[in-house]
Design a protein around this ligand. Structure first.
Ligand SMILES: [Zn+2]
Length: 110
């Protein structure tokens, strides 16, 4: 029973990873990407949070992990920009300013 649920989590996770690759890396619709990126990031982190809660770690550890995920989710959303010219996603490392030029075509990002 427990394993079944973990397999479902893994399947959801894989499906979302594949969907995000197709949408955010292969897709050309910048407006749609910008709209869906925060939604996708939040949903995928909620899935991770659900797995953490499900694994039932010690309570303080669980709280620490979940508290850590909130700023991480926000930073992931903030540090990713989509290029107007080529629709390519550009990401800066965590805790740094968002990228100012496209990593793909080097045009400035807005
Ligand atoms: Zn570009």
């Amino acid at each position: 029973m427990q394993q079944d649920l973990l397999i479902i989590f893994a399947a959801v996770w894989l499906g979302m990873a594949l969907g995000s690759f197709m949408l955010f890396h292969r897709g050309k619709d910048v407006a749609k990407k910008r709209k869906l990126w925060p939604v996708y990031t939040i949903v995928s982190n909620v899935v991770i949070a659900a797995v953490i809660v499900y694994m039932q770690p010690p309570f303080t550890m669980m709280l620490g992990l979940l508290a850590f995920m909130v700023p991480l989710t926000w930073l992931t959303i903030r540090s990713t920009r989509f290029c107007d010219a080529c629709a390519h996603p550009s990401r800066s490392p965590f805790f740094m300013k968002p990228p100012s030029t496209c990593s793909h075509c080097k045009k400035p990002l807005h």
